[in-house]
Every structure is written in C-alpha cells, then in structure tokens.
Design a protein around this ligand. Sequence first.
Ligand SMILES: *Cc1c(COP(=O)(O)O)cnc(C)c1O
Length: 390
Amino acid sequence: MSKSSKTQKPDTRLVHAGRDPARYHGFVNTPIYRGSTVLYPTLACLEADAQDFSYGRLGTPTVQALQSMLAELEGGHTTLLTPSGLSAISVALLAFVAAGDHILVSDSVYRPTRRFCDNVLKRLGVSTTYYDPLIGGKIATLMTDKTRVVFTESPGSQTSEVQDIPAIAEAAHARDAVVITDNTWATPLYFKPFEHGADVAVQAATKYIVGHADAMLGAITTRQATSKAVAARHDELGLCPGPEDVYLGLRGLRSLSVRLERHHKSGLAMAEWLAARPEVERVLHPALPGDPGHALWARDFTGASGLFSIVLRPCSHEGVAAMLDGLELFGMGYSWGGYESLILPFNPSSYRSATNWQAKGPGLRLHIGLEDVEDLKADLDAGFARLRSA
Ligand SMILES: *Cc1c(COP(=O)(O)O)cnc(C)c1O
C-alpha cells in the first residue's frame, strides 16, 4: 500500500487496491495465474522459504490481490479465500473448536451453516445451542465455560432480524469466546465487522463480491489475534478456489460500490411498494423505518443490499405457484447477489429451534437486481393478479 492509499476512500480503493500494472507490462488487471509448482532459484532460497509464493494451493498473485483487497475493505488483518461461502464458514468454525467445546449460533443463520453444526461439529464432539437473534447482551446467560464461539449473521437469512453485534461481542469477549460474523448481506462496504466487535468475518463472495452469478467463492477475514488459528486450519484442510473464480471475484469487486448503491435504492423502493400491496401482510427489510430491526440497522450499517423478504396474506399454494411460474423478470433459484432479480418461497418453521416462525401466509424472499424498478413492479403486479385469480 502506498502512503496516500491509507487516506483514500473505499470507492477509490475498490478501483486501485490489489493492482500493480507496472508489474504486469502495464496491463490494468492482475492476471490469472495458474499453477501448482512454484520454482525456487537456489537451494538457499528453498531452505529459507524466501519467496512470496511457494505452492499453488497456498496462493498466487491473483489470490493475493483479492485477499489484500478484502482484508482492507473489511477492516481486518488478513483474508483467506475458499472455494465457497460455506467452506469459509466451516473453516472459520473448525479453527476455534475441539471435542468437548460448545458454540452459540444464531437461530436465523444460513441453513447449511446449521447443518454443518448439527452434523459435522456434533460428530466431532462440539455442541451447538441456537439463540434468538434478538437476544443482544442477554446472550451472557447462555455462555458456559466451554463456549468457544458465538456465530452471528445479521440480518438473518430469510427473516432479516438485525443482531446487536456490539452487545453480543461484549458478552462473548467477557468469557473469552470468539465472535464470527457472516457478513454476506452487508458486504464489507455496508457493515464493518471488526469495528463492531467481531473477531472473524466470513463472506459468501459468491453473492455480491462476484456479483454476476458466475462463480463460487468464499472469504475469511481475521483480526491479528485470530489470524493464526484460521490460517492453520485453512492450510490443513487444503481448500483453495480455482484461478478463474478468484479472478471473477476481483473483477466483480471493482464495481461493488456502484452495484450496491442501486441494489439499496431499488430494494428499498420495491420494499415500500410491496408494503402497500393488499396481498402483502408484512415486509421484512431493516431499512424500512417501521421494521423491528431498523434502529440497530441505522446505528451499525451504512447501507442495505437488495435482499429482503415478504410475508403474503394467507393464500392458496396454487395461487403462489400461479404468481411465481409466470414471472418474466424475477427468476426462481438459490443464491443471490448477482445483477438479476430473484424470488424464492421460504418457510423456516420446521428447522428453527430457539424462535417460533408464526407467519400465517407464505414467505417469499426477494433479491432486487439492477433492472428498472418500474419493470420489476409490473412483473410482480401481474404476478399478484394471477395469485388473486387462481
Ligand atoms: C449463500 C450464503 C452462504 C454460502 O455461500 P456459498 O458460496 O453458496 O457456499 C453463506 N452465508 C450466507 C448468508 C449466504 O447467503
């Protein structure tokens, strides 16, 4: 990093960090490096391990460019890349637990995170207690001498509860537990995990960082105090993303700020429009002033992404099918964070354990992409007409 880079704003860093054209014959972008073997010029160099790169699995200039950018934007010490968001989560958890330990995990966590805890960690002798995402500082009452990790995700998957991460971190740190936060929704631009007490931040870079629905990628960012444990586990588990995917992450990241600005604006416009629809019971979007998580969101976040949920008034399954099947712009499928709008039904009532999902009508999760909002409204308006007449 040059001297002036320390004072540059995030938008400038997104364009200039992780690049060194002079090193690459003037080409603007850091190239894709493919490789396993890295040659050493001399035995002395090999024995001293005295070069920047040693083996393909442990990084290339392309990997390092993205890692250094993410560490800087997230406000952490080090970032390591993994082949998916879920592998970033599993490596981060495995870095801090051993048989006999206990962890606390938000009830609103991304469901595959929960499956990792319930299946893999359980088999390794690590027990999980799920907590109400609205618990705040009262999480202290769930901490035991064996509690090593508190895993947060805010807003929560599907149901968008905003967590009081500073209060949770204070309680966790009083008992020497590590706070891991899944920061995928906000990205490093809209929530600064380390300023709010987190010790490790994970990103499903598959979502907004890649940003174009064309690659899978994860990232784990640490403070200095947590970097060694994560680096050891990351190395031991041998997880490394492919070079093309890393490049797509770098390429996506360059435009993250302008894309997110639009996702925020359009997402909020769609949320407001949906809140006024007679078919909609409730909109779960923390940037809406009436949302239960709004005050915490306004305190801790600097923006909202394009992902939120709605609960419909009670209606038939056929009605929902008629609505969704005929949509022209909203696609139906997993993942989110690309340039395109998506919609997906959800119902967490069967697997949440610390909270009770009580909606009477069906839930729909929406990702508002970069299309014109008037076209998106027209698509949903026609969908609501199909729902009513089904
Ligand atoms: C999608 C997602 C993940 C997992 O990312 P993958 O790249 O699909 O493995 C993790 N956390 C959250 C909040 C997600 O939405």
